[in-house]
Design a protein around this ligand. Sequence first.
Ligand SMILES: [Zn+2]
Length: 385
Amino acid sequence: MTTPFSTLVGQEHIVDVLQSAATASRSGIESQEMTHAWVFTGPPGSGRSSAAIAFAQALICPNDGCGTCSDCNAAKTNGHPDVEVIRTEGLSIKVEEVRELLTRVAWAPSMGGWRVVVLEDADRLTDSAADALLKAIEEPGARTVWILCAPTLHDVLPTIRSRCRHLQLRTPSLEVVTSVLINRDNIEPGLADFAARVSQGHIGRARYLATNETVRRNREIIMQLPLQLDSLAIAFHAAQTLVDLATQEANSSSDERDIREIEILQEAYGKGATGRGMATGGSKAVKELEKEQKLRSTRMVRDSIDTTLLDITTFYRDVMLVQSGKTESVLNADMRQQIESYATSRSSYSIILKLNALMAARAKLANNAAPLVTCEALMCRLAMP
Ligand SMILES: [Zn+2]
């Protein structure tokens, strides 16, 4: 039987918990299994938001969580009146946004079941936004369920997390990801193995790589960068290449969506219907949407640069594995020869310094540092022997 949880890969340990919570919620009796506030943690790509939405479906579905009815489908596409999924387009969730959310969800659920609020990036709440949210979680409406998603428990304020039930998602194993790509997405086994390996359990990224040739070609260019770094001039050039490719990848998915969103909004304000301009407030709404889109695009570029830096990290990780004689665990199996010869020409100590520099650059970018300057400093550091 398919359930909303069928799509969660390698997460059997939490599916049981969520299923019995959903069953308990239907009995109408207060029980330990069902709580009003949850925190789902896991690395990017582990499927925290898919798990949250699957749980929302199980709670609001009139057929005990079928995963296929109109309510389940509406919940999945953010079109259900009782399921609110908050995705952050900016770098942080501000207190005004939380206040607005709280007034919106203060009403009883329209269908009489549960009202579910999923906060996809609880780690991006500002301190004042988290405070505003805390009050709602301390005194939740009788039929409201909060699901917060974050990379780790430390990313959620202690006052909030102490009031939530915590579920930790696992990074699915290489074998699990490979078999999903082969069996669900019809990817050829060799390519599935490659994509699963280099994506390190990030199933969405693995599928994206396996199904998109341009993305694979760009990744190849990026993975050659560490091998080319032998002068400062090349380091600066490499930084520019990295930022350009990451920006291009981020924009390729957002450009079309941006245009479509604007068109839908313009239509809503009557553009084209009477041959005249938009109704009052139309251009202001369009301007606001454009501002939001710009924020989202900045964030997507940053996320894309971060993914690229993680890719480069796998190169140095592989070099260290080769240096310690563990060649069988190399992720970038297609570059084995290059990795082996690089490993003989560098000390393990210098590789550790490079890995540290990569982690430091990622942390700086997460703290809003300018992308190109950060990448230039990083590449210069990586170019040192
Ligand atoms: Zn259903």
